[in-house]
Design a protein around this ligand. Structure first.
Ligand SMILES: Cc1cc2nc3c(=O)[nH]c(=O)nc-3n(C[C@H](O)[C@H](O)[C@H](O)COP(=O)(O)O)c2cc1C
Ligand SMILES: O=C(O)C(=O)c1ccccc1
Length: 420
């Protein structure tokens, strides 16, 4: 075959290094006839069961598990099916593939997704966060590094490289550990993390039957996966040395337990405390875990630049509302004042299209890329990202939606199934 079956004339925005996710489908159809095969299936809903087969009972329980009865996680998924896309025909702009680029916090990004912060990734693959941060840079999506990472801030920054977009997620220590918070923030800034994402729904882990059945907490495992930021932090190390008279390496179990108590203090901060972060972070701040209009308005009041409408993938408050369900009213209340990012339940391109049509500026992908990491390491994460973006690209194209701009991707393209 000499020429591609699909040409994408508006590709200039996507001419950076690495393969183009939007050309993935074309590449597969063409090369599939000859030699190339994807690392694993394109059937996105099979990623979880396939990855589950490859994992230990503990890791499987950890990533697939939810809070309590799993009600919120189920509702997250069901919420997408309540909305349907209304595809338009003979739209003049259909001669171009959709423009997926967005501009957020002063950054121009080619695609409207980022890798959600996910901790302890070495339980999924020996390269863990290093593989994910490399794949994110290659596919040109931001990598949001978790405070619970199994690699240090500096190692992840190196893997993500000079061209990577990286944001830092904070598990926020209690006020008595402000010196540690300041140390983490200054390390992140120095290592080129541009946006601070502060998680507000996990000052303590939720009631997670799968992990309790396995007696499993990844932090407290013997190989201390997920505590790398603490173990490499000069302030934490000094305090540990002063109180225990030994180095972190000499008493790893005790050090891991102490770090866990530091970043999961059990009790929340208050809105006033956000000002402390604003004083110590020179850049955009995003509060993650917002599920109510009242809290979203607080975020505007306090003057942060963005929020993530998220219920942590249904892993924290069981019985909580679906994240997509609350998105439209939060957007209506605060969308004009700050950036609204969405996560919890994104599994395919249409999900991203619906969340954006309901007003999200950008979506975070959580479990799907973890499954990619399990199934194929760095290449597996790339496959998941390219699949989601290729799917989004075609979903919009087929629906006659020329871009992800809210001018054209908005509630007019959706209908509630219940209204039909
Ligand atoms: C295994 C796992 C680890 C996670 N670790 C973190 C974390 O360290 N920090 C954080 O803010 N969110 C964490 N999350 C939540 C994700 O950032 C995201 O909100 C959630 O996965 C979105 O839902 P989804 O998995 O349905 O896409 C984690 C989620 C999973 C599945
Ligand atoms: O499991 C989670 O959802 C989470 O946020 C986390 C990640 C790593 C360690 C502890 C909690």
């Amino acid at each position: 075959m000499d020429s591609p079956t699909h040409t994408r004339p508006n590709m200039k925005k996507h001419s950076g290094p690495g393969p183009d996710p939007l050309a993935y489908e074309t590449e597969i159809y063409q090369k599939g006839l000859t030699y190339s095969r994807p690392p694993f299936t394109f059937t996105a809903l099979d990623w979880e069961p396939l990855a589950a087969e490859r994992m230990s009972a503990e890791s499987k329980g950890y990533v697939t598990g939810n809070a309590g009865s799993g009600e919120t996680a189920r509702k997250n998924r069901l919420a997408f099916e309540k909305w349907s896309i209304l595809p338009r025909r003979l739209v003049d702009t259909q001669k171009h593939f959709p423009d997926l680029s967005i501009s957020i916090f002063g950054q121009d990004l080619p695609f409207p997704i980022a890798l959600a912060p996910v901790g302890v990734q070495r339980i999924f693959n020996p390269d863990g966060e290093i593989a994910s941060a490399k794949a994110a840079a290659k596919e040109r999506v931001p990598y949001i590094m978790s405070t619970a990472s199994s690699a240090s801030i500096e190692e992840v920054a190196r893997a993500n490289g000079p061209d990577g977009d990286r944001w830092f997620q904070l598990y926020w220590p209690a006020n008595e550990h402000d010196d540690i918070t300041i140390s983490i923030l200054s390390r992140a800034k120095k290592a080129g993390f541009s946006v601070l994402v502060v998680t507000l729904d996990t000052f303590i882990l939720g009631w997670r039957p799968s992990d309790m059945n396995n007696g499993y907490n990844p932090f407290l495992r013997s190989d201390q996966v997920g505590v790398a930021i603490g173990f490499t932090d000069p302030v934490f190390r000094k305090q540990f040395r002063e109180t225990h008279g030994v180095e972190v390496e000499d008493e790893q179990g005790a050090a891991a337990a102490e770090w866990t108590r530091t970043v999961f203090p059990g009790f929340s901060h208050n809105w006033e405390d956000v000002k402390f972060l604003q004083r110590h972070w020179d850049g955009p701040i995003v509060l993650k875990g917002i599920q109510t209009v009242a809290d979203a308005k607080k975020c505007v009041e306090i003057g942060v630049q963005g929020i993530v409408v998220s219920n942590h993938g249904g892993r924290q408050t069981d019985g909580g509302v679906s994240s997509l369900g609350v998105l439209p009213r939060i957007v209506d209340a605060v969308g004009a004042h700050l950036e609204v990012i969405f996560d919890s339940g994104i599994r395919c391109g249409a999900d991203i299209a619906k969340a954006m049509a309901l007003g999200a500026k950008m979506c975070l992908v959580g479990r799907p890329y973890v499954y990619g990491l399990v199934l194929g390491g760095e290449a597996g994460v790339s496959h998941v990202v390219k699949s989601l973006l290729g799917d989004l690209d075609l979903t919009l194209h087929l629906a006659g939606i020329p871009s992800v701009s809210p001018k054209v991707l908005n509630r007019d393209v959706l209908i509630r199934e219940a209204d039909l």
